[in-house]
Design a protein around this ligand. Sequence first.
Ligand SMILES: [Zn+2]
Length: 445
Amino acid sequence: MTTRLRSTPIPGTRDSYTGVDFNLGFHIRHYDLELNYRVEPNRLEGTANLQLVTWKDLDQLTLDLMPNMTVRRITVADSKAREITVARFRQSNDKLRVNFAETVPVDSAFTLVIRYAGTPRPRRTAWGEIGWEELENGSLVASQPNGAPSWFPCDDTPDEKATYDIAITADHPYTVVCNGDLVEKKRQSSTTRWHYRTRHPMATYLATVQVGEFQHLDLGGRCDAWVPAELVADARRELADQDEMLNLYEKLFGEYPFARYTVVVTEDELEIPLEAQGLSIFGANHMRTAGRWERLIAHELSHQWFGNSLGLAQWNDIWLNEGFACYAEWLWFEHRGRAIEESTRHHYDELAKKPADLLLGDPGPEDMFDDRVYKRGALTVHALRVLLGDAAFFEAIRNYIASGTHGIVEPVDLRRELYKLHPQAEVDEVLHAWLDNLELPEYPL
Ligand SMILES: [Zn+2]
């Protein structure tokens, strides 16, 4: 499966949101990670096989990897046309730099085999600690936006999607949950090897490994959960609507983009739930308060369409993820009987009390996860619904989703689908008011 390429050029050589330099000159098509994880010393070691194809002649390349993950050896496999040899490599400034013995020509396909080991720990960022995090009894990975290099060498930018095989060997009695399908589970004397495969292209920040002592919970339909034993009854109650939510979103947005949807509940408390491709991670606290987190249970599921299947070309467009996911919360409540205007009016009034100094179309790194991105983003979606009317609006949204499935999207992709069903000038007027101005537009009626 090929990933649709972005329609705008690469914006320079550095991600203006994460501050990380792009790794230019190649695409990674597939990651094959074969890892051992020992829970007690929090020790991760193994091999990352990166299937690359070059898009220009390369004497050297860079990958993203945190310094606590030490590379021991890099070799080249599967090079078809000619011998490719790694001359040397070094790690500095959160980058792994690989120099080749001779120039690798454009359009070369080969596999970099990277052996590495270390104590994984989260990356400290302006958005908190992200990436691989040790828990009281296990670990979790939540990498948005740039935590993936905390546990594997990668090209860590949202528009570079790839497929994955992730195999992790861990001690008994731990369960390992990753993205995709469990293709093999092999018990050895004191360990089990869990092998997951992701057939659909995935952004690095959505790759995840959850390690804990879990029980499996069937939530009906295509939904299931992995839950600590003491939380099974709570999770069964709190997640009772998960399958109904999936069916509602499928009706509104089109076919669920993955084979299954899995919820992982950690023994630890988590400040916020976290999204990954094909699964979401909730804390113990989110299961203990009856009904309080219903909106986030819906929100995280909707990210499977908005954010995971439809990936971002650049973080500037974060509202395409969070605006739609927040609106999906209100659509769920609408389905349950609360008029959409009740949600939109309430949040519009709340937003009107806050400073109008956030540009939704490009909020900047400091405000990319600001609550106003979510609420103003959702109200933008609602303004489009009011403009087009329900039938045309949902048709446009389904077309937008269908055209971007398992690829990446930009605002221009949404505009294109809206123009097909409504005069362009009116669509542009609404989007301009909500995205490109600081001032809060009038409430959409
Ligand atoms: Zn979200």
